[in-house]
Design a binder for this molecule. Structure first.
Ligand code: ADP
Ligand code: GLC
Length: 483
């Protein structure tokens, strides 16, 4: 099958979160199954390419009052996957992908509308696929355009769109005026299309006009159909319940494996765990805690700092966490509120909370490898990748039972020696603290802890089986479109 991926980020070219990991890995897994995959992404300032060739010099994108002209670069093949980059410096040659700490870029609707149109125009020349796979609100205009402005376009007759929701908390909400600005018909501004409480909701358009909708875990596919987790789109999803499914993300073990990791101080495996202690020593050094007692458990955090991630729970119990026999090391950036909270914790308890504010892939790997435990207390979590990475590194996850965290982590049962981590359900600090304390008491028993680590390290979340599930969804979407 010829599959076209359109996404706003992709490892190793651009990344703010797990979407990039998925778009970097799933196409490779599909290619290994024998499919032809082409990935389109914007070319940002941070996208490093070795002498790319321009394949389309000038693609015309109409807006209401002007034409913009972008180009398409051939990024060549990697892992059997073809990459194309949409280049339009006024929109994408900026310091960040979506916005600055002070707020999103005000022209995000135009930026990603240009991207969506450019993909459709480029694919007409470079190869029309059998199926288009879109990801998150930035690509939601692709199905909208196909079923409106491009309805009569012979190239795309019968081409279905599969849409994956990686995070329903980000919807691409803009003023109604963006419709004419983007050259879209006003008829779209109705309750059963893109209108959403007086605004234009691009994600809603993607959900309404795609042939099949997936999200990144089974649990999240159910959660987003409820008012608690649906961010106002639960009704749209319930109406389409027959064409909504959850497919768990996999892991690219070429990138995230303690046996081959190029970023860590030492390699290790379930049979040779000595390297993990070296990684722990190195990690403590990275956080300026080289003199800390290596026998104390280290609890790692790597995250975007956003309300989704549940760090307000830490604020509720931080004083008591600081009194426990453990060290916390946290890496992250995002909302000022949480950056400040972690900075304050470091100042108040310097030997207990190691904190780095920023984005640092090498340090993220070092935290996975050198920590004993990994904390993800998310308010909601569509899939979550770090807890799955942690399992492979023998770093025991402590998670809130939501979305993919609930689907991937089994609670430790000391008697049966079963389970891979610790889970709590209630969204409150006390429940989080109880889970941490449970982990600390198991950590004190080396035999039990060893069994727990090994259970996690044995787990295999590689992409192959999820990639097969996606192929089945592509087939279903094709049938639906064929009518
Ligand atoms: P989300 O996509 O919601 O941010 P995931 O758990 O799916 O959450 O994926 C997060 C990805 O981003 C992981 O690969 C993680 O290592 C990486 N990451 C997040 N924050 C940072 C950071 N500050 N520095 C380096 N990597 C980070
Ligand atoms: C989103 C979600 C995260 C998921 C990732 C990749 O950013 O927040 O849970 O793992 O996308 O699908």
């Amino acid at each position: 099958m010829n599959i076209l991926f359109a996404a706003s980020e992709c490892v190793p070219f651009s990344k703010t979160g797990g979407l990039a990991d998925v778009v970097g890995a799933l196409p490779k897994a599909l290619a290994e199954l024998g499919h032809n995959v082409t990935v389109y992404v914007p070319r940002y300032k941070q996208t490093k390419l070795d002498s790319p060739k321009t394949v389309l010099r000038s693609v015309t994108i109409p807006f209401d009052d002007q034409y913009r002209f972008c180009s398409v670069l051939d990024g060549g093949k990697r892992g059997g996957v073809q990459f194309y980059f949409i280049e339009y410096p006024p929109f994408f040659d900026r310091d960040a992908l979506y916005g600055l700490p002070s707020g999103d870029y005000p022209d995000n609707a135009e930026r990603f509308a240009l991207f969506c149109r450019a993909v459709l125009e480029a694919a007409k020349v470079l190869g029309v696929p059998d199926v288009i796979h879109c990801h998150d609100w930035q690509t939601a205009l692709i199905p909208v355009l196909l079923r409106t402005n491009y309805m009569g376009c012979p190239s795309y007759q019968g081409v279905p769109v599969v849409f994956t929701i990686h995070n329903i908390g980000y919807q691409g909400l803009f003023s109604p005026d963006v419709l004419p600005l983007l050259g879209l018909p006003w008829e779209l501004f109705t309750l059963n299309r893109l209108e959403f409480f007086g605004k234009t909701n691009l994600l809603k358009g993607g959900l309404v006009f795609s042939d099949y909708i997936t999200t990144v875990s089974k649990k999240y596919s159910q959660e987003i159909q409820t008012a608690e987790y649906g961010f106002g789109l639960e009704g749209v999803l319930r109406a389409r319940a027959g064409t909504v499914t959850g497919i768990l993300n996999g892991v690219d073990y070429e990138e995230w494996s303690p046996e081959t990791d190029i970023y860590t101080a030492a390699k290790f495996s379930p049979d040779t765990l000595a390297g993990k202690q070296l990684c722990k020593k190195d990690l403590l050094g990275q956080f300026g805690m080289a003199d800390a007692d290596i026998n104390l458990p280290v609890l790692g955090i790597v995250s975007r700092f956003a309300a989704q991630k549940g760090f307000d729970l830490i604020a509720q119990v931080a004083d008591r966490m600081a009194r426990e026999q453990m060290i916390v090391v946290a890496l992250g950036s995002g909302d000022k509120e949480y950056e400040d909270m972690f900075r304050r914790l470091h100042t108040a308890f310097p030997g207990k909370f190691g904190v780095k504010i920023g984005y640092d892939n090498t340090l993220a790997h070092k935290i996975e490898a050198g920590s004993d435990m990994f904390l993800m207390p998310s308010r909601y979590e569509p899939c979550g990748l770090n807890q799955i990475y942690s399992l492979k590194y023998g770093t025991v996850p402590i998670v809130r039972a939501t979305g993919g965290l609930d689907d991937t982590i089994d609670p430790w049962d000391g008697e049966m020696r079963r389970g891979t981590g610790f889970k709590f359900t209630g969204y409150d600090g006390e429940a989080l603290l109880a889970s941490i304390r449970e982990a600390l008491s198991v950590f004190a028993d080396k035999t039990e802890w060893n069994a727990l680590m090994h259970n996690g390290m044995k787990k295999d979340y590689s992409w192959t089986s999820s990639a097969r599930d996606y192929v089945r969804v592509y087939e279903k979407a094709k049938h639906l479109r064929a009518g």
